[in-house]
Design a protein around this ligand. Structure first.
Ligand code: C5P
Length: 231
């Protein structure tokens, strides 16, 4: 199959069906815009499983996603979309770049979710932008931005409740949306411990990519713990 794109953690292939792409989940891990790199044995398998479960859950709650089906350990069949070059971030608890940028402690629980957009652009280091920037750069229309925001809040509510039942706190996460050939905006990319911060509800133990970013050790064990609680 022809490879269309290779990203940091996934490869995208064309398929025989013009409406479908195949996503291949790699073991590669990167952080700090690619400066820190490593391979985490089995990460692709775990993230494919977790993402598939999350997409199935979201679809069952009426959220439209690119997910069609899981076809092997590392492969997922998805609908063809053009990715909207926005990283859509929702935060329930302070962590990561927000703490650094604003000089606040990690672990502050917000009364309302905090919404952020970043411009998906590696050369610029994915800068934080607002709605006006997104429209000025023609990354999305006002209607698309409003729809994406509404979907992101809805997804946050669904996932917060889902993970809570697994004794996990959904600290924050990043989503990417895509546009179908007919112009519909749907959730794309992946939802996994690479793209979400998840802490144990009782101990606040980190079970996500911060184990890799911050050299906390036992990276794959954290991802496996999330998957075990989902199964
Ligand atoms: O680093 P930061 O605190 O901005 O990350 C917020 C959330 O978005 C985290 O859950 C992180 O895993 C996710 N993220 C991502 N890909 C990026 C940047 C952030 O998945 N390029």
């Amino acid at each position: 199959m022809e490879m269309l794109y290779e990203g940091k953690a996934k490869k995208i292939f064309k398929t025989d069906n013009e409406n479908e792409y195949m996503v291949y989940f790699k073991d590669d891990a990167t952080a700090f815009n690619g400066i820190k790199k490593d391979e985490i044995n089995q990460k692709g398998i775990i993230n494919n499983k977790i993402s598939s479960r999350v997409f199935e859950l979201l679809e069952s709650k009426g959220v439209k996603t690119h997910y069609i089906k899981n076809i092997s350990d590392r492969e997922m069949l998805v609908k063809v979309v053009d990715i909207v070059p926005l990283e859509v971030i929702v935060r329930n608890i302070s962590a990561g770049s927000m703490c650094k940028r604003l000089g606040i402690d990690e672990g502050i629980e917000f009364e309302k979710p905090v919404f952020e957009f970043s411009y998906k652009n590696d050369e610029l280091g994915d800068p934080l932008i607002n709605d006006d920037h997104a429209m000025a750069l023609k990354l999305a229309t006002k209607e698309e931005i409003d729809y994406i925001k509404n979907q992101a809040y809805k997804i946050n509510e669904i996932l917060k409740e889902f993970f809570k039942k697994l004794d996990l706190k959904l600290v924050d996460f990043k989503l990417e949306f895509g546009k179908t050939p007919s112009g519909e905006i749907i959730l794309a990319d992946e939802v996994s411990p690479d793209t979400c911060r998840l802490w144990d509800i009782n101990t606040n133990e980190k079970l996500d990519k911060d184990r890799f970013r911050r050299d906390l050790g036992n990276v794959i064990e954290g991802y496996k713990e999330v998957l075990n609680r989902m199964e």
